[in-house]
Design a protein around this ligand. Structure first.
Ligand code: GLU
Length: 284
């Protein structure tokens, strides 16, 4: 199978330095292995979407010379595939309807299983949850090392279809990674905590599990996620070349300065080493 990586931005704002790092790392990792790199717009959550954001993100990627090897996939066009997966999970009794609202959940956030054996009297179907087994799930992240999590203890049965009828992020990402035949997921460590849920879902749906690598998330000097503070975002101010140099530095790569963007990409590909990506962020 051909090596396939992807960058999956949510159109909730601009391409900021934090997301540029995910784009650059996923691109260099798969391209240095002669694989293909895909872009998927995760426009699955209309309430959170910022109009025009998807177009601006795609335009900015182009400005950096980052080109998807296939037409961009839009999650808003994938509803049927998500519904089919949800149906499969309901039919096999791996998922069930839940009538609980968020305010009924305990402070721990771990779903107590109220609707696991059927809706209690007086409750109406709202969301759909995946039944999780009480067992550890482990994988080795190529940057963060071994991860082990028992979902029954950390989250409980989790939502795969929201009360507003939309597929949950975890479900959509798993269905689409399989559909696009993604073999490696390189993304920010803010999503490390989602990975065991995604691996569990893959197993329930009989889908393959890709390799995972979670790079650190860029932080501003006050410790907030950099992307949230546009004013401090280097890519808003810098040339693509300067921003790419900063991204490579953040990713621990040694890359001699180059006069032009194409040469910089060429050198970055030649020198790329995932093993040099630090586990934790330093503040820029
Ligand atoms: N769309 C997600 C985000 O922008 C990323 C999903 C993923 O890489 O799995 O945070």
């Amino acid at each position: 199978m051909i090596r396939t990586g992807r960058f999956a931005p949510s159109p909730t704002g601009e391409l900021h330095f934090g997301s540029l790092i995910a784009a650059v790392a996923s691109y260099l990792q798969v391209k240095s292995g002669s694989g293909r790199w895909l872009v998927r717009v995760e426009d699955i959550d209309p309430p959170r979407e910022v109009p025009g954001s998807a177009e601006r993100i795609l335009r900015d990627l182009q400005r950096f010379g980052l080109q998807s090897d296939q037409p961009v996939l839009y999650q808003s066009e994938r509803t049927e595939a998500y519904e089919a997966a949800i149906r499969q999970l309901l039919d096999s009794r791996q998922a069930y309807w839940c009538g609980c609202s968020r305010s009924e959940l305990p402070a721990s956030g771990v779903y107590p299983g109220t609707c696991r054996t059927g809706l209690p009297p007086g409750k109406k179907s709202r969301s759909i949850r995946l039944r999780v087994r009480d067992e550890p799930i482990g994988f080795t992240d190529l940057v963060q090392g071994p991860v082990r999590e028992n979902l029954a203890e950390s989250v409980g049965d989790f939502i795969i279809r929201r009360a507003d009828g939309l597929a949950a992020y975890q479900l959509a990402v798993v269905v689409d990674d399989a559909f696009q035949e993604v073999t490696e997921v390189v993304r920010g460590a803010d999503l490390l905590g989602s990975t065991t849920r995604q691996i569990y879902l893959q197993r329930c749906l009989g889908l393959p599990t890709p390799i995972y690598a979670h790079h650190p998330v860029a932080l501003a000097s006050d410790g907030t996620k950099l992307g949230k503070r546009l004013g401090s975002d280097p890519i808003a101010a810098a040339s693509p070349q300067r921003a790419l140099e900063l991204a490579l530095r953040f990713l621990g790569q040694s890359c001699p300065p180059q006069p032009e963007l194409p040469e910089l990409w060429h050198q970055a590909l030649e020198n790329w080493q995932l093993a040099k990506v630090p586990r934790t962020a330093f503040t820029l």
